[in-house]
Write a new protein. Structure first.
Length: 125
C-alpha cells in the first residue's frame, strides 16, 4: 500500500493545477456519496421485469484522469441490482490495478493539505 501511496502522490504531481483542482472537487463529491451509501442496500419490487435478470450493473458516474506519463486514475460509481436487492459501490482503478477506498482518502488528504497549506500562500496583512 505504501508503494501505491507514493505512486498516487507522483500521479498528483504530474497533473496540472486545474486538473488537481477538478480531482479535488470530484473526490469530495465521491466521498459524500460513499459515506451515504457505503453500508446501504435496499430491496425494490417496482421494476420486476428488470429484477428477474440475474444481475444488472449500471455505472452512475465515471471520473477519468490521465497524465502524460501514462498514469491513469479511473473511478466509477456503480449501482448493482441482484434479483430485488440494490447495492451501490465504488470501483477505483489506478494504472490498471483495483484499489481500495483508502487510496482515494489518501489522495484527498494530500490534495487538501496542498490546497489549504498556509506556507504556500502569501499572507496579507
Amino acid at each position: 500500500m505504501e508503494d501505491a501511496i507514493k505512486q498516487g502522490q507522483l500521479f498528483l504531481s504530474e497533473l496540472t493545477a486545474e486538473e488537481r483542482s477538478c480531482l479535488y472537487n470530484d473526490l469530495l463529491s465521491i466521498k459524500d456519496v460513499y459515506l451515504c451509501n457505503k453500508d446501504t442496500s435496499f430491496y425494490t419490487f417496482r421494476k420486476i421485469r428488470r429484477a428477474t435478470k440475474r444481475c444488472a450493473e449500471c455505472r452512475k458516474r465515471t471520473f477519468s484522469y490521465r497524465t502524460e506519463h501514462k498514469g491513469e486514475l479511473l473511478i466509477s460509481q456503480i449501482h448493482e441490482q441482484k434479483r430485488f436487492k440494490n447495492h451501490y459501490r465504488i470501483q477505483i482503478l489506478f494504472n490498471g490495478q483495483e484499489m481500495e477506498y483508502a487510496f482515494l482518502e489518501n489522495l484527498l488528504q494530500h490534495l487538501h493539505n496542498e490546497h489549504f497549506s498556509y506556507n504556500s500562500h502569501a499572507i496579507y496583512a
